[in-house]
Each structure stands twice: as C-alpha cells, then as structure tokens.
Design a protein around this ligand. Structure first.
Ligand code: T3D
Length: 258
C-alpha cells in the first residue's frame, strides 16, 4: 500500500504530505499517528529547520475518515486523546516553524490542521470548512481555541454553525492565512518561502515560538518575565554573535552551520 505520509527533505525543509488523495486525505489513525511520529522525529533532526504540511491531490485534508468511525473500539474522547490531540500539541510544541501549505479543501479536523501551523500558505483554489456541524459534531483538534482568536467569537460561531466554505480571498482578509499563491506554482512558491525561513536563526525562532505560544495564554507581566528569561538563552547563543558581527561587517548573516 502507498505510505499515508510522504516525507521529503530539501534544503533543510521537510515536507510531509498527507497521502490519501482519493479521499481528499481524510485522516485515519495510521495517518494521524504516523504524522505525529514524523513531526517528533523532525524536532530531533538538526538537518530539518522548517516543516511543511501539505496534501496530495486536490485536497489538503477532509478531516476524520468517516468510513473509519463506526465499529471503532474507542470512545470519541479516547480517540481524540489518542490521535488528534497529540498531533496538535506536537505542532504547537515543535521547536521549528511548521507551515500549513493548504493546497485544497481543508475540512473538519483538516481545517484545524490548516490553522495549526505557525505560518499558513494557501493555494488560490484552497478553502476551509468548519464542517463538523454538518455531521452534528463539535469542532475539535484545536479549532475552538484557534478560530475565535483569529476572527473573534461571533464570526467563529457563525462559521462553525453554518459550515460555510471560506475561500482564499476571504481567508486572507480574515487572517486565516498569511499568503495566497497561484495554484500552478503553489508547491514551488511554498518551497521557496520555506527555504527563506530556513535561513533564519533556528534557535532564536524556536525561542520566539515558545514565547509567543506562552504569551497567548498569559498576562503582560508573565510575558515580560518570559521574554527576559528566553532573551538570555537567545543572547548566549552563537546565532546572536553571528547576527551582530554580520551587521557590523555589513554582510549577510550565516545562520546555517553545516
Ligand atoms: O474522534 C473522532 O473521530 C471525532 C473527530 C472528528 C474530526 C472531524 O474531522 S469530523 C469531520 C469529518 N469530515 C467531514 O465531515 C467532511 C466530509 N467531506 C465533505 O464534506 C466533502 O467531501 C468536502 C466538502 C470536504 C469536499 O467536497 P467535494 O465535493 O470537493 O469532494 P467529494 O466528492 O465530497 O469527496 C471526494 C471523495 O473523498 C469522495 O469519495 P468518492 O465518492 O470519490 O469515492 C468522498 O466520499 C471522499 N471523502 C471526502 N471526505 C471524506 C471522504 N471519505 C471519508 N471521510 C471523509 N471525511
């Protein structure tokens, strides 16, 4: 059988491709557990500086494979704790930037995955649907946390209640993605973007992500203390010395040490 996740590294960019194109990459347990394992391995691999998540074929991810739900020997709660929650936590906790490269429709937990990346790049024909209410479930895999922080409570509720499709132009306006690229150059544009990000100081970005993630749920006082603590780790690292030396010498910094 074809692997459910394709992995390819080029120029320090690991691309993980959800590979069940006949089902718009709907997620079964094997896909979710493999993806989480690949992400954990990427975190430990110094050659990987940026991770890209994308989908094979015309979809990004259509959420839970609905063919796999009936007859399952786990409750919904157990299933979320076993599969989706570790995946979302792994992305959030990963010490490297994760790009959600949304090549096509992202629905249900697939929408949650599209929103979970640190950077969200969309193809012009991509779309997002908080589809859960169509099957009378509630949004999961972090959507209830992420979406209202992006669009506010009221718009999040409407998107969830009506399960309307958000297209790229609106996603950009609403802050659900950072950039939209043309369909026919999407993969190349994503790779170029990711390679640019890979040139940035990896250690400083890891600490930046850590500080931002913590600050999302803290008050200003805690955020200031956290910045002061993490700035020490950044300032003590060789990347800082390199950045300052490069500035003084009027040259580009070299943050990749092979
Ligand atoms: O623990 C738990 O299990 C709870 C967790 C829940 C997390 C969730 O994600 S719940 C939400 C599950 N997802 C859905 O309800 C989405 C269902 N799919 C759709 O609504 C539509 O497929 C889309 C709007 C995403 C795309 O529509 P369209 O018209 O572009 O494509 P299509 O023709 O509907 O789908 C193409 C094929 O993919 C089709 O198969 P076929 O007829 O060609 O053999 C379709 O059945 C299949 N497919 C799409 N989504 C799923 C799927 N197969 C299984 N599961 C799916 N989620």
């Amino acid at each position: 059988a074809d692997p459910v996740i394709l992995a390819r590294t080029q120029a320090h960019v690991l691309t993980l491709t959800l590979n069940r194109p006949d089902k718009l990459n709907a997620a079964n347990d094997e896909l979710l557990l493999t993806l989480t394992r690949e992400l954990q391995a990427a975190d430990a691999n110094p050659d990987v500086r940026v991770v890209v998540l994308t989908g094979a074929g015309r979809g990004f991810c259509a959420g839970q494979d609905l063919g796999d739900v009936s007859g399952r020997d786990m409750t919904f709660t157990e299933h979320l704790h076993h599969t989706y929650n570790p995946l979302i936590r792994t992305i959030r906790g990963l010490g490297k930037p994760v790009i959600s490269a949304v090549n096509g429709v992202a629905a249900g937990a697939g929408a949650s995955l599209a929103l979970a990346g640190d950077i969200r790049l969309w193809a012009a024909s991509a779309s997002l649907i908080e589809v859960f209410s169509n099957i009378a479930l509630i949004p999961d895999s972090g959507s209830t946390w992420t979406l209202p922080r992006l669009v506010g409570y009221h718009r999040a509720f409407e998107l969830m209640a009506l399960a309307e499709r958000v297209r790229a132009e609106d996603a950009l306006r609403l802050g659900l993605c950072e950039h939209v690229f043309a369909d026919d150059t999407f993969a190349a544009d994503v790779q170029a973007y990711a390679e640019r990000l890979a040139q940035r100081p990896a250690h400083a970005l890891k600490l930046t992500k850590q500080a931002l993630v913590a600050a999302l749920t803290s008050g200003l006082d805690e955020a200031l203390d956290q910045e002061a603590a993490l700035q020490q780790l950044a300032g003590d690292h060789w990347e800082h010395e390199e950045g300052v030396s490069a500035f003084k010498a009027k040259r580009a910094p070299q943050f990749i040490r092979e």
